[in-house]
Design a protein around this ligand. Structure first.
Ligand code: ATP
Ligand code: MG
Length: 438
């Protein structure tokens, strides 16, 4: 994209309403604009990041064998009456009436709807197990929407639902999702800690929140140093092999167990002091097993191997896709702006033309830009060099290709890496080879 014709409205001033760094940077870099309290429009650069995150989430869900579908945002209140949650959900639920005075709601989550779909279509144990997911907008009328997209009212979530024959199967589905999550966060350039969470009346140990480390996080966590270095994408764990999943799960929970003070007051004693780490974190995902909590009251039955009807065992698995955009920035920025991990950056590189109108600069920039296509943002604006440097740092492109009149005359560009500021003067061909592998 040419920056002169792009809707990337960067701001020099820090917006007064933003309390945390990710919110400030998202507004300053022109990624989002608030349209109503807790509701945001995603502008082109921000939308690219959101799409990139959703793509990685999708790839890892698919690799785990989950099937993508798409359920609507608007749901019927009657469905929620069946599970008993309609009245209990309280003011967080946005309730709507249509022209016939039928009660609808904007979905905060989809357990009821997916249970309804399954009970209409699945009648035998032979069709199980199954995991399905969608990436869809949710609405929760949060008491205090804040921190930009981190706690919005309308937000994008990946939610998956597993259906199994029995508890043993449900445990396997749960572990599969946990491994898929660890892989997803690693690919996003994040270190995530799975932390045991409340299971409510169901009990057991099958509920985990995924916390990513960032100094400004809402919760304090204690974890094992091993979480900083495990490679979850290695072939060591076959996501479809039960034994590998069991080994992985043991590794995630003992002795690497992570916890917070609320869940385990004895945590100082539990972790080996030399490997114990303490940090602040942001919840970016939550998975839980809840057995027949929905299949029973909603009367979803299938015929078992013994010919008897049974209620399938369920679990649900959420990732806050839009929250992740803010969370990544919290974890990866400096005084000058965002530092995008390569996998989710809106643009792989920015091409900075320091002297538009100069024939050598224009020619060289156009040549490099043509090779990148949509993967680069070409700063062709009639602006001072300082403004271009500042905006490129603010927007956080992994690479900057800087083209000034002196270099252009000599057939050279300057290549700057955002993460450490390393610079080198190279030929345009060498820059292309390094960044595009051509
Ligand atoms: P929280 O405790 O932060 O309110 P939650 O327990 O209500 O989260 P879940 O119902 O488990 O969240 O939803 C799954 C994921 O969706 C969360 O891990 C989080 O990443 C994301 N999420 C939840 N609420 C919001 C929100 N208001 N804005 C943005 N993302 C959200
Ligand atoms: Mg909540």
């Amino acid at each position: 994209m040419r920056l002169s014709r792009s809707l990337i409205p960067t701001l020099k001033e820090t917006p007064a309403e933003a309390q945390i760094v990710s919110h400030r940077l998202m507004l300053r870099a022109g990624l989002v604009r608030q349209t109503a309290s807790g509701i945001y429009a995603w502008l082109p650069a921000g939308y690219r990041v959101l799409t990139n995150i959703a793509r990685i989430v999708r790839e890892e869900q698919d690799a785990a064998g989950a099937q993508e579908l798409l359920m609507p945002t608007i749901q019927s209140a009657d469905l929620w009456r069946e599970s008993g949650r309609y009245d209990g959900y309280g003011k967080e639920m946005l309730r709507i009436q249509d022209r016939h005075e039928r009660e609808l709601l904007y979905g905060p989550t989809n357990e009821e709807m997916i249970t309804d779909i399954f009970r209409q279509s699945v009648h035998s144990y032979r069709a199980l197990p199954q995991i399905v997911y969608h990436i869809q907008w949710k609405f929760r009328d949060e008491v205090r929407p804040r921190f930009g997209v981190m706690r919005g009212r309308e937000f994008l979530m990946k939610d998956a639902y597993s259906f199994d024959l029995d508890h043993k199967g449900a445990v396997i589905s749960y572990r599969k999702m946990m491994l898929a999550y660890m892989r997803t966060f690693q690919r996003l350039g994040l270190r995530a800690i799975p932390m045991a969470a409340d299971t409510g009346p169901i009990g057991g140990d099958l509920s985990h929140e995924f916390i990513i480390l960032a100094a400004t996080g809402e919760s304090q966590v204690f974890y094992d140093a091993a979480f900083e270095s495990i490679d979850y994408t290695s072939r060591e764990f076959d996501i479809h092999a039960e034994a590998d999943l069991a080994r992985f799960y043991t590794m995630m929970t003992t002795p690497y167990a992570a916890t917070d003070e609320k869940h385990d007051p004895a945590l100082f004693e539990k972790l080996d002091p030399s490997r114990r780490r303490e940090g602040r974190g942001i919840e970016v995902g939550h998975i839980f097993y809840f057995g027949t909590k929905y299949s029973q009251p909603m009367n979803f039955t299938a015929t078992g191997p013994d010919g008897q009807p049974f209620h399938p065992e369920m679990g649900s698995y959420g990732i806050g896709v839009s929250r992740l955009v803010g969370a990544v920035i919290e974890a990866s920025h400096d005084e000058a702006g965002i530092i995008w991990p390569e996998a989710i950056a809106p643009f792989r590189a920015a091409i900075l033309n320091l002297k538009p109108g100069d024939a050598a600069c224009d020619g060289l920039c156009e040549r490099v830009y043509a090779r990148f296509g949509a993967a680069a943002l070409y700063d062709d604006r009639e602006e001072r060099a300082g403004v271009k440097f500042a905006d490129a740092d603010l927007l956080g492109h992994p690479w900057q290709i800087i083209v000034g009149p002196r270099g252009a005359a000599a057939g050279k560009v300057e290549l700057k890496r955002r993460v450490d500021g390393a610079r080198e003067e190279v030929s345009p061909e060498a820059a292309l080879a390094k960044l595009l592998g051509v």
